[in-house]
Design a protein around this ligand. Structure first.
Ligand SMILES: [Fe+2]
Ligand SMILES: [Fe+2]
Length: 238
């Protein structure tokens, strides 16, 4: 394993009771976040890169028995989404990998155990809470992509959508970051554009969303979310 992105900084924040944001960063200029939902069946959303496994395992262990993790889920095939999947499958023997229909053949090719498909718009019960898989091909990027919605707290785990730099020390923000998110995306260009972008936004914009939980940056909370989705659709949609 070639180590390029050492995580010099880590932090864990409880966003709502029992739901945690676990962040790592090399320089606080760009953040990679995982999300942990504690319930009868705890789930980790994004594993992080393989080289961060020990640090993320330690963060998870600070709030629960990490070896009892029941589910692992992520949006698409990329190192920050699922790089340490096999480390987690070894460390948590009961853990099951939840994938979209479009991602199963990718992940089954290298995962230590067979994956389980969660059909689109179907809910996976975690106990008191559930998550729903929304298929969003090419959105934010990658044909196999999906996002996850947690209806009880109205959280959209949106992977790279709404990525923005910095904000390591502000895990959740009520600020309207629309302008900086659009500028950042125009600069880096890692999301899809055109018809797939429009379809991706349309798959989520009607949901009640209190928290937009992006992998990169602050979780965006509150009223600016609807405006952000609208402005992104204007900028990057068909
Ligand atoms: Fe990605
Ligand atoms: Fe990412």
């Amino acid at each position: 394993m070639f180590t390029r992105f050492k995580a010099k900084f880590t932090r864990i924040d409880e966003i709502v009771p029992g739901i945690y944001k676990l962040s790592v960063s090399n320089d606080k200029k760009f953040i990679f976040s995982q999300f942990l939902i504690l319930d009868e069946c705890p789930i980790l959303i994004h594993t992080g890169r393989a080289e961060w496994f020990d640090q993320i395992y330690e963060l998870v262990s600070s709030v629960c028995d990490a070896s009892k993790l029941r589910y692992i889920a992520f949006s698409h095939l990329e190192a920050d989404e699922c790089g340490s999947l096999n480390r987690w499958l070894e460390a948590a023997p009961q853990a099951e990998t939840i994938v979209s229909r479009l991602n199963q053949s990718n992940i089954d090719d290298f995962a230590l155990r067979p994956t389980t498909v969660l059909k689109k718009n179907k809910a996976l019960s975690l106990g008191k809470r559930e998550i729903i898989l929304i298929e969003t091909p090419h959105f934010p990027h990658g044909w196999e992509s999906c996002v996850f919605y947690q209806p009880q707290e109205e959280i959209l785990f949106c992977s790279d959508l709404a990525a923005h730099p910095g904000q390591f020390d502000e895990p959740v923000t009520d600020k309207d970051l629309t302008e900086s998110i659009i500028k950042f995306q125009q600069k880096v260009g890692f999301m899809c554009e055109g018809k797939s972008f429009t379809q991706g936004i349309e798959a989520v914009e009607k949901l009640p969303i209190k928290y937009l939980a992006t992998m990169h940056g602050s979780i965006i909370r509150g009223e600016s979310i609807a405006n952000l989705l609208f402005e992104m659709k204007q900028s990057f949609g068909a």
